[in-house]
Design a protein around this ligand. Structure first.
Ligand code: FE2
Length: 366
């Protein structure tokens, strides 16, 4: 009898790690602009000789920012090629050794052999496999650990502590892959990770006059971890996924969506702290109620802040996308508030991609 048991049970996202050019300054930006809080630090002072890492937290979301200390580091090499970007999408598991065994025996390529890290606060078990581009999934088991982050890190107490902005947890992380690579990665997530394809969008769903993309959403068994995978599609001009691939110089994480329970307050706060968002034309709101029906929010603040709304069979969602947070037009953030809806804002794709194309055009890349 085939078993339907989930061979890779996940408790959620453990952390997202970005390899960046200057982790100290990035940490300052994510604290100041996004309201993350100082949590932990590793570097020469803690016995780590080749890198520094700053760990930030806001509610259930942990963000790690790592920079190399020397030019011969693989982190420096990664940064030279890609600029700032996501290296690890770390997943929270109950058994990191079993997660490694289950995924590698199904074809996952090992990057971190299972190991146990210990200090006076207990132990963290960790393992890892590669996914698209140079991105890796780490499996983190921390049930026997009560320190700030993990062994090798010390608690980071800062005198500079800007208030949080209401960001709660990682809702989903989207990957951009190359031409004809979406379906192979969908199959990989099905076979190696036990994920299911819960939604698909083709180029008829996601196209403007000029450009197109295709996307499939992969979800783990309990739905706590969702990874949409995008690939470019043929259009009259270069699609946003192609622009990403050109500037990231390869496949990688396109955006990280972070949940809030009050998107108006969160976005207002983020804007006041200097986070730039994509702007849709005000005509977007003219037929909003025809499209999504009644919603609890007042339309005026949504219009003022440019927040987008979409509805599916189960409810509605509000969302907004930042501009890229690096100089290269690569990774950005999405802020999302779900009110029952489990989808990804299909009804907003057209307005959104037209907004994106205006940005792309301004960069001379359309
Ligand atoms: Fe998204």
């Amino acid at each position: 009898m085939p078993t339907t048991a989930d061979f890779l049970p996940l408790n959620g996202t453990d952390y997202v790690e970005l390899w960046v050019g200057n982790a100290k300054q990035s940490a300052h930006y994510y604290k100041t602009a996004f309201g993350f809080q100082s949590l932990a630090y590793a570097g020469p002072e803690t016995g780590v000789k080749d890198r520094v890492s700053y760990v930030l937290v806001q509610n259930k979301m942990r963000l790690v920012l790592t920079s190399p200390l020397h030019s011969d580091s693989p982190i420096a090499e990664h940064h030279r090629k890609h600029g700032d970007g996501v290296k690890y999408l770390a997943l929270w598991v109950d058994d990191a050794y079993d997660a490694f065994e289950q995924t590698t025996k199904r074809g996952g390529v090992a990057t971190v052999q299972p190991k146990t890290l210990t200090d006076g606060k207990g132990e963290v078990r960790i393992s890892g496999i590669k996914t698209y581009g140079e991105v890796e999934h780490l499996f983190i088991e921390r049930k026997n650990y009560n320190g700030a982050f993990m062994p090798g890190f010390v608690e980071w107490k800062s005198t500079y502590n800007p208030a949080p902005t209401g960001l709660l947890y990682v809702d989903h992380c989207v990957g951009n892959v190359g031409w004809n690579q979406m379906n192979p990665w969908v199959k990989w997530y099905e076979e190696v990770m036990g994920f299911k394809n819960i939604l698909s969008f083709d180029d008829n769903d996601i196209s403007t006059e000029y450009s197109a993309l295709m996307s499939k959403v992969m979800s783990n068994g309990n739905g706590y971890v969702k990874f949409p995978i995008n690939e470019p599609a043929e259009g009259k001009k270069k699609s946003q996924v192609e622009e990403y691939l050109d500037f990231y110089e390869g496949e990688g994480v396109q955006h990280i969506a972070i949940a809030t329970k009050d998107i108006v307050a969160t976005v207002r706060d983020l804007m006041s702290r200097g986070v730039d968002f994509l702007k849709v034309p005000s005509s977007y709101y003219d037929d909003l109620f025809d499209r999504v029906g009644a919603i609890e929010e007042d339309i005026e603040p949504l219009k003022e802040l440019g927040i987008l709304v979409d509805r599916d069979d189960e409810g509605y969602l509000l969302q907004l996308f930042s501009k890229p947070v690096e100089d290269r037009p690569t990774m950005f953030f999405e802020i999302i508030q779900r009110k029952g809806a489990k989808s990804f804002g299909k009804g907003n794709f057209k307005a959104l991609f037209e907004a994106l194309e205006r940005e792309q055009d301004a960069r001379g890349n359309l």
